[in-house]
Ligand binder design. Structure first.
Ligand SMILES: Cc1cc2nc3c(=O)[nH]c(=O)nc-3n(C[C@H](O)[C@H](O)[C@H](O)COP(=O)(O)O)c2cc1C
Length: 329
């Protein structure tokens, strides 16, 4: 029976060592809220550019602020200089975010061209400068999201270890490690042996693993096999918030809950869409919701037909009617 505090990131105490990871384009206020309802003890925003995050007006217009009752929530930022990253971190802490997460991982070409995100894995000194500037600008915990190197070669790996060593020496509150290199993008399988090695080399540091977690059993197997402090749930939670209630039960030693009925799934889909439509005008909201709807339909026994019906909806009313019809709400 495992109950109580299961993971501490600085002063933030979590009752379960699994939580919703950053997914740019997905982990908006609505997806974070659903993950929380199903038991994720912490949620993260998608990555925000430092300049945008530092500007209250830009944050508001893009809906990037903390919602009511959503704590604890971490804000993830990306940039190329300590000065701007520190400004962003300070502004985000002031608006109520509980943790600042530094993105040293993003593999998108436009990000790499601007020497941000995963590009920084080539430059341990710059990562250190950024970390120290941010650390000095906020009181809240600061964590770092890394991939296991820029490429697969020795030099890339040396830079990765240097970054881990600097960050742990400088007092990072957690290292979140996605077991792929930047060049790998999302190909192949994540390398959990290297994530485990991070924990072995830096046993005092909180190390959270990420990569290919699609069900609760897998997440628990990873944390136990690789002796980590936590595991991130990312793509596996899109359209599947039940992964968190499964995790909560299995981690405590209870039986896995019965799978949600179609009607229960339908209720969640409708509530997710309602939250989105509160922020986006009707047809925009419907279009934006399609990527979530497609994932929700994965559990449907007539997946293709249900998906086609939900994708065909052009207005909020049509979408709601389709969900009601196909999920029997
Ligand atoms: C569409 C998409 C968006 C992502 N956005 C972010 C992001 O903004 N910040 C970040 O640190 N990681 C981001 N990631 C990486 C995930 O957080 C996670 O580390 C990665 O997907 C591996 O975990 P998984 O295989 O369990 O999804 C993103 C991944 C995907 C597929």
């Amino acid at each position: 029976m495992r109950i109580g505090i299961m993971l501490k990131i600085g002063n933030i105490e979590l009752d379960m060592p699994f939580f919703q990871g950053s997914l740019s384009g997905y982990t908006d206020e609505a997806m974070r809220s659903i993950a929380r309802q199903f038991g994720s003890p912490l949620t993260l925003t998608g990555v925000m550019l430092d300049k945008t995050a530092a500007c209250a007006k830009a944050r508001r217009s893009l809906g990037l602020d903390v919602a009511k009752n959503e704590q604890p929530v971490a804000a993830q930022i990306m940039g190329a200089t300590g000065e701007m990253m520190a400004k962003a971190a300070g502004a985000l802490e002031e608006t109520g975010f509980d943790i600042i997460d530094l993105n040293i991982a993003c593999p998108a070409p436009k990000v790499l061209r601007r020497r941000r995100g995963g590009y920084l894995l080539k430059d341990p000194q710059r990562v250190r400068d950024i970390f120290l500037a941010v650390r000095g600008a906020v009181k809240c915990p600061v964590m770092m999201k890394l991939r296991i190197g820029y490429g697969g070669g020795e030099q890339s790996r040396d830079c990765f270890w240097q970054i881990c060593e600097n960050a742990t020496g400088d007092g990072v509150d957690a290292l979140v490690v996605h077991g792929r290199s930047v060049c790998q993008l999302y190909r192949g399988r994540a390398d959990w042996e290297i994530i485990a090695e991070v924990k072995q080399r830096f046993p005092e540091t909180i190390v959270i693993g990420s990569g290919d977690i699609y069900d609760a059993e897998e997440a628990i197997e990873r944390i136990e096999t690789y002796k980590l402090d936590g595991v991130l749930v990312a793509r596996g939670a899109i359209g599947n918030p039940w992964i968190f209630s499964d995790l909560k039960a299995l981690w405590k030693g209870d039986k896995k809950p019965e799978p949600a009925t179609l009607a229960e799934q339908g209720e969640v889909i409708l509530s997710h869409y309602d939250m989105i439509s509160a922020r986006r005008r009707h047809s925009k909201g419907v279009r934006y919701f399609r990527k979530f709807a497609a994932r929700y339909c994965k559990r449907h026994p007539e997946r293709k037909k249900a998906q086609l019906a939900l994708m065909a909806a052009k207005t909020g009313d049509q979408l709601t009617a389709s969900v009601k019809e196909w999920f029997g709400v």
